[in-house]
Design a protein around this ligand. Structure first.
Ligand code: SAM
Length: 247
């Protein structure tokens, strides 16, 4: 969804802030309103703003890249006809769900996000994409909620642009991983630094342990997730794997 009526002012090439500190201004008749890109709630509240900034200006293509890699891996395994029951974790305003519908056969798509504004934006902009959408914190999952989510028999976990940077903590990612069935597809992206020795988020350690025990990686692909506000490429790893067992 593009909203060309929005007027957005961006910082120039001098902007060398870390990704989660990057900002822009929304220009309206009332004046200039400053947003940090990672203030998702405020950004989602303005129809089309997330799409304008992240997809048009900063050229993010991760939802297509991730769902495209999933499609490719399923085809290679002769599984392209197997309908997916997807848990989209950190689903935001639903762009990934839309790409999933285009790329693969889906039986169910369930979104989970931690903020209510994401669900509201989804209902406003993409009301038909998800079968269900939960606003919850998966780092602390109680037994009734676990039982409720277990009913979906998820055979795929998809997480795009939501790991690290104070977004989804490792514990919540592990809980989501443990909600899906063995042999499920596991598809996510993560900033290259967070999947390296330089990581400071805990993700590298968790992922390395997972890969040794519970997750078989089929593809790990480094690519440009989006541009920074200064126009520099920000590289992420896209990972496609298969769950072997709970972690
Ligand atoms: C950059 S957005 C990505 C949204 C969507 N996956 C996409 O690619 O368009 C990150 C999303 O992760 C969500 N998020 C952050 N922390 C979370 C948590 N602990 N549990 C679930 N979602 C979380 C945010 O609310 C936000 O909607």
């Amino acid at each position: 969804m593009n909203n060309c009526d929005l007027q957005v002012a961006y910082p120039g090439e001098e902007c060398t802030l870390e990704q989660n500190e990057e900002y822009f201004h929304l220009v309206t008749a009332k004046g200039r309103e400053r947003f940090r890109l990672h203030e998702y709630g405020r950004v989602y509240d303005v129809p089309g703003l997330y799409e304008e900034v992240v997809y048009n200006k900063l050229q993010c293509d991760s939802p297509n890249v991730i769902t495209g890699l999933l499609k490719e891996s399923m085809q290679r395994n002769d599984e392209n006809d197997v309908p997916l029951r997807v848990l989209d974790f950190g689903a935001g305003n639903g762009i990934v769900g839309e790409c999933l519908q285009d790329a693969v056969e889906t039986e169910t798509i369930v979104g989970v996000d931690i903020i209510d504004e994401a669900k509201k934006a989804l209902e406003r902009d993409r009301p038909d994409v998800y079968d269900d959408y939960y606003v919850m914190d998966l780092s602390d999952i109680d037994e009734p909620t676990k039982k409720e989510l277990d009913r979906y028999n998820f055979n795929a976990l998809v997480t795009v642009a939501a790991l690290g940077f104070g977004d989804i903590p490792t514990k919540a990612f592990v809980n989501a991983f443990n909600l899906i069935e063995d042999s499920s597809w596991v598809v996510f992206n993560i900033k290259d630094r967070f999947f390296s020795e330089e990581d400071e988020t805990g993700y590298n350690e968790t992922l390395q342990k997972m890969i040794g025990n519970s997750l078989k990686v089929i593809k790990k692909h480094r690519y440009c997730h989006r541009l920074s506000m200064a126009g520099e490429p920000l590289h992420y790893y896209a990972v496609v794997g298969r769950k072997e067992t709970d972690f």
